[in-house]
Ligand binder design. Structure first.
Ligand code: GAL
Length: 339
């Protein structure tokens, strides 16, 4: 299942060739990638990035979409993992956290010993410990929440008029991801911690789990406006861009956040840096976002399976990122409007 690097483009893309001579370096011919839900805007944009990276590395990538259905995903993975001759790596974006452990055990029991690289969604320590070819490529969710809060704080400090109702505090609408997803919990907590440390007077006046989803965030924002009136909402913090854009679309109905000009504007911050968010920032409809670096995440995933080593230090050196317990954290970056 393994072949030598074919082209220098592939070698350069993976970077792995920098430490391994091209004679030793090997990449898999093909790999399977299992998405939790391709209707999720970040995951859909991630899938396009991963496809490009695979193409550049001459890896045939077969994608599966579980459409947020844990049973469907277990069927997809069970079929694949029961193929005892297939050593192609599996990249797994779990629907259901609890499925990680049985999956790792099944991979270990498979004589072909395929790599299992979990990404984006939480996986248990037990699952990683159960199989020495199980890896996790993730991000530090607290970091993204902190950056997002910093963007908002900087804006609020420069713009005292953001306290539109002049009651001495900033009323915040908080739109959260899935209630069980660590990214949602940690991002929200990091925002609160950073705001508390800033000394800015604020209050979260409405909070809802809109499950990463544009439509649900649109509906939650409408409910918040109906309950509180727009006068009593002064900023929107969303755990991701799809929800931030849902909120902006709801605000647009009241002629808010149409172009960043005039005083009908609320600072709205998201996370991910999907294309629509970058456009909204450029057009002045959104204050900022934090890049959830799909390019780097997919590069890390392919490098791990290409290096095919248990030596965490070698992988760390190659990636220029810390590696611990076969877990790699890809850093976030701030992206903001200059307001
Ligand atoms: C997060 C991302 C969200 C959503 C979620 C799904 O990292 O910011 O937009 O895609 O993953 O697990």
């Amino acid at each position: 299942m393994l072949k030598k690097f074919k082209s220098s483009a592939a070698a350069a893309m993976l970077g792995a060739a920098a430490v391994m001579s091209s004679a030793q370096a090997a990449v898999p011919d093909n790999a399977d990638i299992f998405y939790y839900n391709l209707a999720d805007q970040f995951i859909s944009s991630f899938s396009k990035t991963a496809e490009k990276a695979a193409l550049a590395a001459n890896i045939k990538l077969k994608a599966y979409n579980a459409a947020d259905d844990a049973f469907l995903q277990s069927q997809q993975l069970d079929t694949r993992i029961s193929d005892k001759k297939n050593s192609a790596p599996l990249f797994v974006n779990l629907v259901d956290f609890s499925y990680g452990l049985p999956l790792a055990q099944a991979a270990k029991a498979n004589p072909a010993q395929p790599y299992l690289v979990f990404f984006n969604r939480p996986v248990s320590k037990d699952a990683l410990a159960a199989y020495d070819k199980a890896w996790y490529v993730s991000t530090d969710a607290r970091e993204s929440g902190t950056y997002q809060a910093e963007i908002l704080i900087e804006y609020l400090q420069k713009h005292p008029e953001a306290d539109r109702n002049k009651n001495g505090e900033i009323e915040i609408l908080m739109l959260k991801g899935e209630s069980t997803h660590t990214d949602a919990l940690l991002r929200t907590q990091a925002v609160i911690d950073k705001l508390n440390a800033s000394g800015i007077k604020y209050r979260i006046v409405y909070s809802a789990n809109a499950n990463w989803d544009f439509q649900q965030a649109f509906a939650s924002t409408e409910q918040a406006i109906a309950r509180l009136s727009l006068n009593n909402i002064e900023a929107v913090v969303a755990n991701n861009d799809a929800m931030a854009l849902g909120a902006i679309t709801a605000l647009n109905q009241y002629d808010y956040n149409l172009d960043g000009k005039g005083d009908k504007y609320l600072p709205v911050v998201g996370i991910d840096a999907i294309d629509n968010a970058i456009t909204a920032i450029r057009e002045g409809r959104m204050l900022g976002t934090v890049c959830n670096d799909a390019e780097r995440i997919s590069e890390v995933m392919f490098t791990i399976v290409s290096m095919d080593t248990a030596d965490e230090q070698a992988v760390s050196k190659q990636l220029g990122l810390p590696v611990e317990n076969r877990t790699v954290m890809v850093p976030y970056r701030k992206v903001k409007a200059d307001l």
